[in-house]
Design a protein around this ligand. Structure first.
Ligand code: ZN
Length: 450
């Protein structure tokens, strides 16, 4: 991994954020201060997801996805990006309203360059990052954690970072980030990134501490709005993003469930922040959740025909059909999209106990999925075959019954209208809360009979 440090960020804004590394929660206010180098050293590429799950107290709870954008007026603005060059050398230039500190490094499989920076407001033109130029195949940008933004550049071929620096504003030119890439062969690329391919110890997920779990015996549910931050998920032709649709929906669903009074709810994210897939699963496991519900919105690709309605997915190694397999593959790309180094991922620990737990968990997952479909079908349009299964990473907790709900298709006009309608959201959340209550009532009744 080659990386470059440049300068210091002088920031006059107040950027309150929470960090969480190695089991310590710190709350820092950077009012009028400098973001120290340590900030970025602590937040290497591999730990970006960790901070996203930090518990948010009631007073700070955002009401909607707009909570982060509310403060963006004070942020450095990335206003334009330009690409130049060819297949052997490519330069990227990004204009900023002020100098920002960056850290650039490369990742393999797929080949990517990641640029980390403090939180900035990206105000690029629509479709920025979608067209290929030279070595740059495409790129994404967005928040990866509170206080931290990232650009992830997909490379058309392995390349070396020749330069990555930020120029001060001068001679009517704004502050500029310059990234120079030169094509190299795979062996060279792998050699360049090898010494730092290992995850630092601090990168291991350390879940937030349980709050009321010791004293509160009510079952805990984890709601998991898909995607977030740099990972937009699917996108409607009219611009609505899956990450925002599912967050708004989950906030509503949380309220509906809490209203019942019998359950505790934790969300994997309550704002527009990226959360790694493994961290979503780890949160459910560490809190000993009784149920995990991941919420998404699907999109049809060209040539996939027409489809509409909600679908509930459970985990299976072999997908129920080819489309389900493709969907799981797409949803499982979240960490790659956000620039995580998957080569440092721990392998699944397999064992007979886990297998046993898995079997029981699977039974409960399917039972809940069926109940969910039963409760939803009276008030919500369902897909023609609404119960499916595939190998979703996010459903892999061996001991927590888990389902993934695709609320509908953002590419289907009637579905999109539903997804953004308050009335539809309320009806659907109500039906889901009802199904959750029925599931636990049955489970508790069965347990007390034994
Ligand atoms: Zn999704």
């Amino acid at each position: 991994m080659s990386f470059v440090w440049v300068g210091h960020l002088s920031s006059a804004q107040s950027l309150p954020f929470r960090i969480r590394v190695g089991g310590v929660i710190g709350r820092k206010s950077m009012a009028g201060g400098r973001i120290s180098l340590a900030f970025f050293i602590l937040f290497g590429a591999l730990i970006v997801g960790v901070s996203a799950i930090v518990g948010v107290s009631a007073a700070e709870r955002p009401g909607s996805a707009g909570s982060i954008t509310a403060a963006t007026n004070d942020l450095p603005v990335a206003s334009d990006v330009r690409l130049a060059g060819d297949d052997s050398q490519t330069r990227m230039v990004v204009d900023f309203s002020q100098r920002v500190e960056i850290r650039a490094f490369a990742l393999a499989d797929p080949y990517r360059v990641v640029i980390d920076m403090p939180q900035v407001a990206f105000k690029f033109r629509p479709k920025t990052g979608e067209a290929r130029r030279g070595i740059v195949k495409a790129f994404r940008f967005g928040l990866v954690m509170a206080g931290g933004s990232r650009m992830v550049i997909d490379l058309a071929r392995p390349a070396r970072i020749d330069k990555a620096f930020v120029l001060d504003a001068a001679n009517d030119q704004p502050a500029r980030l310059v990234l120079d890439l030169t094509a190299v062969d795979r062996d060279t690329f792998m050699r360049l990134i090898a010494p730092e391919a290992r995850a630092p110890e601090t990168a291991r997920y350390d879940p937030p501490p349980g709050n009321r779990s010791a004293s509160d015996p009510r079952p805990l549910l984890v709601l998991d709005p898909g995607h977030g931050g740099i990972d937009n998920g699917t996108k409607a032709a009219t611009g609505e993003l899956e990450k925002s649709i599912v967050l708004d929906f989950c906030l509503l669903l949380r309220d509906q469930i809490e209203k019942i009074g019998k359950y505790r709810v934790v969300m994997t994210r309550t704002d527009d922040t990226f959360v790694a897939l493994r961290d979503r699963v780890a949160l459910a496991r560490s809190r000993q959740a009784s149920l995990f519900i991941s919420v998404h919105a699907d999109a049809l690709r060209r040539g996939e025909g027409q489809a509409q309605g909600a679908t509930v997915y459970t985990l299976s190694e072999r997908a129920s059909d080819a489309r389900a397999a493709r969907l799981a593959e797409a949803e499982n790309q979240a960490d790659v999209i956000a620039g995580l180094d998957l080569s440092a991922e721990p392998k699944d620990v397999a064992g007979i106990l886990i297998d046993l737990a898995r079997r029981e968990t699977k039974t409960f997952s399917v039972q809940f999925a069926q109940g969910l479909i039963g409760a939803m079908k009276t008030s919500v349009r369902l897909h023609q075959s609404p119960l499916k299964s595939a190998s979703f990473v996010v459903l892999k907790a061996p001991d927590v019954p888990s389902v993934l709900v695709e609320l509908g298709f953002v590419t289907t006009k009637s579905d999109l209208q539903s997804l953004i309608s308050t009335d539809w959201r309320e009806r659907t959340a109500q039906a889901m809360a009802h199904a959750i209550d029925a599931f636990f009532s049955t489970r508790l009744a069965t347990q007390s009979q034994n």
